[in-house]
Structures are given as structure tokens and as C-alpha cells.
Ligand binder design. Sequence first.
Ligand code: ADP
Ligand code: MG
Length: 317
Amino acid sequence: AVPLVVAINTSMAARNGMLVRDRIAMERARDLDTVVFDKTGTLTEGEQGVVDVTAVDDWEADDVVTLAAAAEGDSEHVIAQAIREEAGDRDLSVPDVRGFEALEGRGVRATVERDATPAVVGDSGRGRATADTADRDGYTVSVGGPNLLRHLEIGPGDALERFAEAAGERGEGVVYILRDDRVVGAIALADVIRDASYEAIDALHGMGVEVAMLTGDDRDVAHSVADDLGIDTVFAEVLPEDKDEKIVELQDRGHLVAMVGDGVNDAPALTRSDVGIAIGSGTDVAVESADVVLVENDPRDVARLVRLSAKSYRKMQ
Ligand code: ADP
Ligand code: MG
């Protein structure tokens, strides 16, 4: 039979906006000493907006957005949505692409047909044609974060580096747009920290719990958000397949660790953690990998969860 105390706990949890999928994990929550939060979509709204666009040489901002939107056509990433929206706002006609490829945790890549309609950016004889555009089959457009450039071992150049630095200081992220292997521009995007995140972290600190951030996002952006929120430890630029390793690292140092996330890329870390906590509005994969689901999408419920666990399970000893 289910012990009475457990029944009480799950219904109390439900009343507090938590769906307990694994009650053993819920019991462990009272001993947590570390909570690791995914950044995008968990501590932040997860909705990006384009705030600035820059282009190199004789390229124009509209060209950069056009190419970026073309390559991002088939991506579900929030960055892709923001870029497509920006292209719409600017009334740009975006050419079709083929061979779309998601570069997991780094960006996207696709090929723009040489004879794409509308006329392909850079073909208009404005002096942009270079040897690499002579390819009759079209050219490759890549869009990705600083980590993509590092991976490709391509530098952004002085002007774009300054653009990225300024954006980073404002807590904005930057993606670069490449035509073949040449960086032709950059787009700055901003996400908004959820109001509830500040209180969530204060509440956890008040309980003596350490808070970390785990994100695939750029180091500058991650630190800017973490500093704002008073987060103790930052793991930035972590590839999706490496997120769970960071949890193991903390566990190996003797910590009892909760992971809080919403994305497909958080699923392995949610599974690996001692208490996996999914944001209710997150992806199905995240929810199915979690021990507890925060139905109200409120990060403050993480502290409530720890408190509730302590209150309920004390009776069992
Ligand atoms: P997070 O862990 O914050 O949810 P992701 O692992 O999804 O981030 O992505 C990490 C980084 O890779 C992003 O911050 C961005 O720089 C780059 N990136 C990923 N997907 C895309 C995309 N579709 N377009 C442009 N950049 C992308
Ligand atoms: Mg996320």
C-alpha cells in the first residue's frame, strides 16, 4: 500500500503546482545542496528579439537578415524564430534553400540556390561577388553563435568583434552570418530574465542551496545574466551532449544536484540529476525526463519543492 504520508505529499504538491512523477526523487529533494538551472526558457522568457544588425564592407543590414532568415527557415530554435520575424518586419523576400542542417548547439547551415528567386543577395553586382560565389550550384549560408566561429576557426574581424563586445555588455547574444566561409554580418538578440527568477534564486540561497547555470549560450551572455541574478557558478557554451556531464561533475564532488530545464537538450541532464525538474511548458522530452514538473512554469516553485519535501518526509523517519 502507498504510505499515507506519500499520498498527502503528492496531493500537496499538486496544490502547489507540482506534478510529481517520481516520489523517491521528491523525497531526495529535502537534501539538495545544489540546483542547476538551464538559462534559456527557464530563467529567461526564452523569447528572443532582434535588437541590432550589422553588416561588413558593402553589405547591408537587410542582406544579412535575408540570408539569415533563409538559412533559419527550417529551425525551431528561438533565435531562428526571432530572425524570421525580423525579416517579416523588414518586408524582405527570403530565398528558398536546400540541404538545411542543424548544427546542434552551434547554429544552422543551408544552401541558397544560385538561381533562387528573389535574386540572391550578393549577386546584384554591387561588387560583392568574390571567388567563392562563382559556384554555379549556389552557396552555403551558416548562422551561429561565437561557438560556431570558433569551431570553424574563423575570426569575426575587428568591426564585428566590437559589435559583439558591445552587445555582450548589454547582456545580448550575437549570431554571425556566413556566406560560404566569409562572415558578412552579425545580429544581436536579447532575451528577458523572468521576474520570478530573482526571487527563486534568493529563496534557494536563503535555504543554503547553491545555484548554478548550465547553458549552451555564449560565455559573455551567460555571465551577464548570472551576475544579474546572483548565480554562484556558470557553465557556459556547453554542447547539448555534454550537459549531463556537468551534473555528474557536481555529483562527483559530493553534491546532491537538481537540474531545472525545459529543452530537448536538457533531457539527459534532467535524467542524470538527483532531482530532475522540468518547466511545464517545456518540450515533451524534458517533461518525460523529469521527476517533478512545475505546472505553473514558475522557477520559484523549485524552492517550494525543497521546502515541501522537507516538511512531508520528516514524518517518515
Ligand atoms: P541553450 O542551452 O541556451 O538553450 P542552445 O544549446 O540551443 O542554447 O544553443 C547554444 C548556442 O548556439 C546559441 O546561444 C546560439 O549562439 C547557437 N545556436 C543554436 N541554434 C541556433 C540557430 N538556429 N541559429 C543561430 N544560432 C544558434
Ligand atoms: Mg532552454
